[in-house]
Design a protein around this ligand. Structure first.
Ligand code: FES
Ligand code: FES
Length: 154
């Protein structure tokens, strides 16, 4: 099987897998990074989002062969080395912006991606940035509040 060197969460990992294996499967099955979730498997719910070169991207249909030298960050890689959570993670806890947790990984990663690009988004920009992420528990208003809270701390 082909070998791939991935740049992930600040280190390099070598995995052996087929060219068309989705990135999500490599993260969960080969690297035991279980933060990204399998939801739809069709790039339609956002549960599997990771950052690829800083931009939130679904990983369930992204073949490993397409990653190349890109830098991948999973939710496991957001906290600093001393264990301090990312400001977005802190804000989600502060605002209690989760119920079942199905959408949580994707919501956090999409929010980090948005604030990387636009630290002071309007409410409409927050809604647009999160519109690809499905929440079946209707936690949307708390999630938007969490992004606003994180934005104020940046
Ligand atoms: S599992 Fe990837 S978008 Fe739903
Ligand atoms: S908290 Fe359950 S899907 Fe969003």
């Amino acid at each position: 099987m082909p070998q791939y060197i991935l740049h992930i969460n600040g280190s390099q990992k070598t995995v052996e897998t087929e060219d068309d294996t989705p990135l999500l499967y490599v993260l969960r099955d080969n690297l035991e990074l279980n933060g990204p979730k399998f939801g739809c498997g069709l790039s339609q719910c956002g549960a599997c989002m990771v950052l690829i070169d800083g931009v939130a991207t679904t990983s369930c249909m992204r073949p490993i062969s397409s990653i190349g030298e890109s830098k991948i960050t999973t939710i496991e890689g957001l906290a600093s080395e001393n264990g301090k959570l990312h400001v977005v993670q802190e804000a989600f806890i502060e605002e209690q912006a989760a119920q079942c947790g199905y959408c949580l990984n994707g919501m956090v990663m999409a929010s980090v991606s948005l604030l990387n690009d636009n630290p002071k988004p309007t409410d409409q920009e927050i809604r647009s940035a999160l519109q690809l992420n499905l929440c079946r528990c209707s936690t949307h208003s708390r999630i938007i509040k969490a992004v606003q809270t994180a934005s104020k701390k940046l």
